[in-house]
Design a protein around this ligand. Sequence first.
Ligand SMILES: *Cc1c(COP(=O)(O)O)cnc(C)c1O
Length: 223
Amino acid sequence: MSTLAERLEAVHASVADAARDAGRDPSSVTTIVITKFHPASLVSELAALGVRDVGENRHQEAAAKAAEVADGRLRWHFVGQLQGNKAAAALEYATAVHSVDRASLVSALAKAARPVDVFLQLNLTDDPGRGGVRPDGLLELAERVLAVPGLALRGLMAVAPLDEEPRAAFARVRAASDELRTLAPGATDLSMGMSGDFREAIAEGATHLRIGTAITGNRPERG
Ligand SMILES: *Cc1c(COP(=O)(O)O)cnc(C)c1O
């Protein structure tokens, strides 16, 4: 059994290797540790080990954990599907929302009292249930975000489909990012790559990895 510190160290080393292999500076890649289903104590342990970026995918759980940890050094990233009526509450702890995929959510986030980093989630499948905007709706959604002064459009987020080579899927995100930047030159970030595919994501230009189990260990069962 490895310790949390050992797993964190091993992932940092693999991320740095993958970045160098891709001819990139390892410091251009931010690792967000996804702590969903794990207790607040694990987040505190991660913070003590130097982690500054953590991610959650359910509002209720995230809100409770952020309140319990109450560590001002941490940046909380919201990476799951977000209901419009929870958007304002999520922004009480989250500094970034990676899963913006529809105009109604943009309107809900627009009411935030402070600036928010926005990633547009791109759906790489034909299944609307997976979340994300369809590629043909991306630019229209980006225009909506750009129209709101408090929303900082950082770039794109995606999850590789189960039935496609991750590298090919991430190449599609990179191509969409090229298109997005004709409209929003500052939207250069790419939130992609999880425990099983972060090397491929780095090769395709990922700037924000969302890594759970490779660092935290298996998630506790959740009913
Ligand atoms: C859970 C989750 C992750 C992390 O997945 P792992 O396979 O545990 O690394 C990344 N992104 C999102 C959106 C998630 O929900």
